[in-house]
Design a protein around this ligand. Structure first.
Ligand SMILES: [Zn+2]
Length: 335
């Protein structure tokens, strides 16, 4: 309903609903039932082949939010979200905000800070959890039930890195972690490495190693954990105006993830790891026909995704040494 009049739902195409609007205030109400996805974009539904259990998680990067809920979908149009979920009462339900109330099969989350649409997520299923706390911030690490043993093995290390990186970033930026609780959910069939949803980061669950993990494996995961936490300040609290500046999010998080881990471990090993495994990713992207400037233009979301590669992360990170400190100062002034 737009200002009390029915909108033709048949005009929905490519997840876009055209609205004829005059200047000024309007009221739009949407009731919609949307399908789960199976390609990792949107509200993904996975069935664990180990035990047949069902797991859901939202992955809305880069422009999949309209596959889940009605929104004006661009990164500089932020709004507070109030999310309620009806699910199996036996399931864990995790989202960006903290849980405010639970009643039978319904979980109500607190209103979030203003979020870009691509940061909204809900994870639901019989996830198992290891919880902790750090100076008033509730921490959670979650995985599907069939990975309970791997979760138990690796969660203490993940929580240690999280605590150390929280201290480092809070000190660096001069203000506290801004999103209440911090959950890290290792989800099945994830099509990226990790996603920085404020307060509810998702990771591919292959990072909970079931066999012997090398020190390089653990280092790589720790860098991802610190990288995602850096995004809580740069990317989430302060977000680019348009997708062409996505590289700035990633280069900054790359640089500060390495800096945080070097600080926590009192070692140069994270920088060495970055030079061996990440820098070569940037070099490979530069040799490809798809090479592009670190800061390229993005006329639309497809162009932004086409330019989202090792250049955005690893080459951009190399340029950060000169400008990250002024940017960090500016961020702390804006927040
Ligand atoms: Zn990132």
């Amino acid at each position: 309903m737009l200002d009390g009049s029915e909108v033709d739902a048949g005009s929905l195409a490519d997840s876009r609903l055209p609205l004829a609007l005059s200047a000024g205030a309007h009221e739009l109400t949407v009731h919609a039932e949307m399908a789960y996805s199976r390609d990792g974009q949107g509200l993904h539904r996975a069935v664990d082949p180990a035990d047949g259990e069902t797991y859901l998680y939202g992955h809305l990067f880069l422009d999949a939010a309209p596959r889940v809920f009605a929104c004006f979908d661009q990164p500089d149009l932020k709004a507070p979200f109030q999310i309620s979920v009806r699910a199996n009462p036996e399931w864990a339900v995790i989202s960006n905000g903290v849980i405010e109330a639970t009643k039978a099969d319904r979980v109500d989350f607190a209103v979030t800070k203003p979020l870009a649409t691509y940061f909204v997520t809900v994870c639901a299923g019989p996830y198992v959890s290891v919880t902790g706390e750090h100076r008033g911030v509730p921490l959670g690490v979650h995985a599907r039930a069939s990975l309970a043993a791997a979760l138990k093995t690796h969660a203490p290390d993940i929580l240690d890195v999280t605590r150390g990186a929280l201290d480092y970033f809070e000190d660096l930026f001069g203000f506290d972690y801004p999103f209440g609780s911090y959950d890290q959910v290792f989800v099945p069939e994830f099509n990226a490495g990790a996603m920085e949803n404020p307060g509810c980061v998702t990771f591919r669950d292959g990072l909970l190693y079931r066999g012997v993990a090398t020190s390089e494996d653990i280092m790589g995961r720790s860098l991802t954990v610190a990288h995602e936490l850096a995004h809580m300040w740069c990317g989430d609290l302060v977000t680019m105006k348009w997708w062409e500046d996505l590289w700035l999010n990633e280069s900054f998080a790359e640089y500060l993830g390495h800096a945080a881990l070097a600080h926590i471990s009192d070692s140069a090993a994270p920088w060495v790891h970055g030079s061996i495994s990440r820098k070569t990713w940037g070099y490979a992207a530069e040799r490809a026909p798809s090479a592009h400037p670190v800061a390229a233009s993005a006329a639309d979301t497809e162009a932004a995704l086409a330019n989202f590669d090792g250049i955005s992360y690893a080459k951009g990170r190399l340029s950060c040494a000169s400008w990250w400190r002024p940017l960090a100062t500016r961020l702390s002034q804006l927040a």
